[in-house]
Design a protein around this ligand. Structure first.
Ligand SMILES: *Cc1c(COP(=O)(O)O)cnc(C)c1O
Length: 395
């Protein structure tokens, strides 16, 4: 069986976790601080703040940009549901816009059309690791006085060419960038998240909020020679990462350049072995982007039945996933008003399939997936696809 993904964890991570346990300091402490410093240096951001996962990172990012009750945040429906959940947690309204033609990222033209007097922020997603058009989005955000928050849950190690040089996602091109270290992403700490920003005041606020709004951190109090009484100037949360997780994260980060290089080589191989195959369109990378290929999504011709194709692949030992979800089609978000067309998002969900891609995958496994896929496509050609009906929605 070839799985869809597999975290790359080894003895070094196990040893780092062991050392953290034996140090006697297991909650947020010196390893978290060191992971933050390593991560900030890696992406080229002045500040990085570790949290419990990317969903809590998104919540703090939105709060940090002043998103509150009744505000609107322009984002995509075509993404993991955490984005809209975090917006709603702030009392704000997600305004869904469609994705770009021929890709899976937010369409900047649709963003401009969706701006109203209540719009406070844009939450863009570097979907499945592919950088969004940040140049266009930053221009829109600046022109209209909006915050730009980047959901980079999947995009650690991806790069974008801006102002004539390659820069890593997370440098904080937008106001805040949010990362995930869930095992389905490119590096993992089991659960974990990171916020990067250029703004020291914002970073200080994230640190306060993640630790119950408490004025003094555990490490500061532990190191103090004088008795310290903490106080609680603002309401807060417990969004902390543990030192065990951070210790693992530091090792993962050292592996990241190799992991991304291998993932890019696998994506290249897929593109070589699957070129000019009837029934599918391969993903493309803009000249200004370098994806970490967190997922490799092929688009299906309308005649190909997505579920049937995935079943044939599963029967042959190849795990796949359907295209990224559409939040507006989920019951949990049924009361979010639908204002803008989302047909490309729906097509992307129902007419694309994610193929296995992980750093340990061998070239032979890539070729097996390609062979199985080509055989499956031939077998299915000519069969009439049965399409799911989108839920009918009141606007
Ligand atoms: C995985 C993911 C999240 C949520 O990350 P967690 O760390 O699991 O909270 C948010 N946004 C996107 C785009 C994701 O892929």
């Amino acid at each position: 069986m070839i799985p869809i993904a597999k975290p790359l964890l080894g003895e070094a991570e196990a040893e780092a976790a062991r050392a953290a346990v034996l140090s006697g300091w297991v909650s947020q402490g010196p390893q978290v601080a060191a992971f933050e410093a390593d991560f900030a240096a890696f992406v080229g951001a002045p500040h990085a703040c570790a949290v419990s996962n990317c969903t809590t990172a998104l919540h703090l990012a939105l709060m940090g940009m002043g998103v509150g009750s009744g505000d609107e945040v322009i984002t995509v429906s075509h993404s993991f549901i955490a984005g809209a959940n975090a917006i709603r947690q702030c009392g704000a309204v997600p305004v869904f816009v469609d994705i770009e033609p021929g890709g899976y990222n937010i369409d900047p033209d649709r963003v401009t059309e969706a701006i109203t007097s209540r719009t406070r922020a844009i939450l863009c997603v570097h979907q499945i690791g592919m950088p969004c058009d940040l140049t266009a989005l930053l221009l829109i955000a600046r022109t209209h006085g909006l915050a730009l928050i980047e959901d980079a849950a999947c995009a650690v190690g991806s790069e974008i060419r801006m102002r004539g040089e390659w820069q890593r996602i997370g440098r904080a091109h937008g106001d805040v960038v949010c990362f995930s270290f869930h095992p389905r992403k490119v590096i993992t700490t089991g659960e974990g998240g990171m916020l990067t920003t250029r703004d020291a005041t914002l970073d200080a606020r994230f640190r306060l909020w993640r630790q119950h709004g408490m004025s003094v951190s555990d490490t500061q109090r532990h190191a103090a020679a004088q008795v310290v009484f903490e106080d609680y100037p603002v309401p807060g949360y417990n969004y902390r990462m543990t030192d065990i997780q951070a210790a693992v994260g530091r090792v993962q980060l050292t592996r990241l350049p190799d992991i991304v290089a291998r993932r890019r080589a696998i994506a290249d191989r897929y593109r070589t072995v699957l070129q000019a195959i009837d029934g599918i369109t391969l993903p493309t990378e803009p000249a200004w982007a370098r994806s970490n290929w967190q997922s490799f999504a092929i688009a299906l011709d309308p005649a190909i039945d997505q579920r049937a194709l995935m079943q044939v692949l599963l029967d042959a030992g190849v795990a796949t996933r359907r295209g990224i979800m559409c939040m507006h089609l989920e019951q949990a978000l049924h009361d979010v008003p639908r204002r803008h067309p989302l047909s490309r998002s729906e097509t992307a969900r129902d007419y694309s399939v994610l193929l296995p891609l992980f750093a340990q995958m061998t070239d032979a496994e890539v070729d097996t997936v390609a062979d199985v896929l080509v055989t499956a496509l031939r077998g299915l050609a000519g069969r009439t696809a049965i399409r799911p009906q989108p839920l009918s929605r009141a606007s």
